[in-house]
Design a protein around this ligand. Structure first.
Ligand code: B12
Ligand code: SF4
Ligand code: SF4
Length: 402
């Protein structure tokens, strides 16, 4: 890693003209919006504020078991506390947004017997023969970022790094600094025109931004709305713009290994991979444009997927359906744990045979979760039997007497 002293004399700056050029290149590469953000000095007011936000969040235990968010350098400095903590040579970030909005039903419109997979994971790549194969946004975005990176290096030789998710960067914070939107109360980046169904890709560069080319920050347009806070089933949004990720269904279904806390299982509803609720209820997504991308298509089988189909997948079928997709990392076992919870929450006795099989299997986490799900379904059946008896009793009171 280069230190400040090793950074070559600055030959280029992001002037209005150079920034406009790369932003146009990004649109040509298939992104929906792009902008260059200056990186604040670590000891500036903004640098300190950003560092404090993430450190306080981590210290409060909000990151759950996501150890990669807690990584520090050799001096114990949190790598995500600011872009310069990880890359002392960094002076700017090109932030690109990728719209993945689809004209599909919402998770808040339940379909009987189905689970919910977050819409960012519906993506498939259409082959020339029309077949749609699984794909992952990381790969889709990274390919395009690398092409842009090569263009930057050719026109303005500099140090650069491309990332989608995996870099030591809080991408939404740099997106705000690039003027691409504001942080909604649901903690998502919202763009006034594009809404929040946006994925982010970044290129860190050593090119400073000329003062005259600083982007204008977007105004916060959440106003008095609190729909996302009210709709979150697990109360993961503990305050506006503050998430306890350890309660977020997205974390629980995707990142959390092992058993899920019982008190959080029922609120998880039918979500089996990720969660879209706090964005679905957001008024700024009502008129969000639908992605018109040709190469990537939504895979219809992943919209309201049948729980029985997901449960039936063995390792080979899981790989066939999800190799190359974001679900691959979660693996079959964890997906089945989530499916068992969704089955329990459905209160549908038709799932009992599958749950019974899992409850007797060797995977202890799945077996315990399946036993919990069986109890949910049986409790429901008992309650309706009691109600039935109650109804009959009430009914008999009113039976006409001879
Ligand atoms: C860890 C992680 C998660 C965790 C934690 C989420 C969280 N809120 O922190 C979990 C697993 C829960 C998660 C869920 C989701 N994620 Co996620 N996730 C990440 C990841 C890898 C790191 C985020 C991070 O550092 N979090 C730590 C907290 C402290 O950071 P933060 O919420 O981003 O908050 C910062 C800002 O909000 C800012 N801030 C707070 N208040 C204010 C106020 C003002 C005025 C300003 C300027 C800034 C500001 O300061 C905070 C700290 O620096 C990023 C990629 C990346 N490298 O950044 C993707 C990322 C944030 N995730 C993304 C997505 C798509 C999702 C899901 C929609 C997936 C899904 N459908 O299930 C959900 C959305 C849940 C939600 N409401 O946020 C996108 C977000 C795009 C967008 N439009 O916002 C990202 C950027 C990935 C990408 N490459 O596109 N995710
Ligand atoms: S993604 Fe779901 S669980 Fe997480 S904060 Fe949003 S509504 Fe709550
Ligand atoms: S639902 Fe309302 S409060 Fe939440 S992010 Fe959208 S506009 Fe902001």
């Amino acid at each position: 890693m280069k230190t400040d002293e090793e950074i070559p004399t600055v030959l280029f700056e992001w002037t209005d003209e150079l920034a406009a050029w790369i932003e146009a290149e990004a649109l040509r590469a298939g992104f929906d919006a792009a902008s260059v953000a200056p990186i604040p000095e670590s000891d500036s007011e903004l640098g300190k504020l950003q560092a404090a936000r993430i450190s306080e969040w981590i210290e409060a235990g909000r990151a759950g078991e996501m150890e990669y968010l807690k990584r520090t350098d050799e001096n114990g400095l949190l790598l995500r506390s600011g872009v310069r903590a990880a890359f002392p040579w960094a002076r700017s970030v090109l932030v690109c947004t990728w719209n993945y909005n689809a004209s599909s039903p919402a998770s808040t419109e339940p379909v009987s017997g189905s689970g919910w997979i977050a819409r960012y994971a519906w993506m498939g790549r259409q082959l020339e023969n029309g077949e749609i194969v699984p794909t992952d946004y990381h790969d889709e975005l990274l390919g395009r970022l690398r092409a842009l990176e090569a263009a930057i290096r050719k026109r303005a030789p500099s140090d650069t790094r491309c990332y989608v998710d995996t870099g030591p960067i809080v991408e939404r914070t740099v997106a705000v600094q690039a003027g691409l939107g504001w942080i909604g109360k649901n903690t998502c980046l919202i763009n006034q025109q594009l809404g929040s169904w946006l994925l982010l890709g970044v290129i860190v560069t050593s090119i400073p931004v000329a003062a005259a080319a600083y982007p204008q920050l977007a105004a916060d347009r959440c106003g008095s709305c609190t729909r996302c806070l009210d709709a979150c089933p697990t109360q993961a949004l503990i305050a506006p713009r503050q998430m306890d990720a350890s309660r977020c269904i997205s974390y629980l279904t995707i990142e959390k290994k092992g058993s899920i806390l019982e008190e959080l299982r029922q609120p998880m509803g039918r979500q089996v991979f990720g969660c879209d609720i706090c964005q679905e209820v957001c008024p700024w997504n009502r008129r969000a444009p639908i992605s018109a991308r040709q190469q990537t298509r939504q895979r219809p089988e992943l919209v309201n997927p049948a729980l029985s189909w997901l449960a039936s997948l063995d390792n080979t079928e899981f790989r066939r359906n999800f190799k190359g997709s974001p679900l691959e990392r979660t693996r079959r076992k964890r997906l089945h744990r989530n499916v068992a919870i969704a089955m329990g929450n459905s209160r549908d006795s038709g799932f009992l045979p599958q749950l019974k099989t899992w409850s007797e299997g060797e995977d202890e986490i799945l077996a315990e979760t399946a036993r919990w799900a069986i109890r949910q379904i049986n409790e429901e059946a008992e309650n309706s039997a009691v109600n039935q008896v109650g109804d009959d009793a009430v009914g008999s009171l009113f039976l006409p007497t001879e």
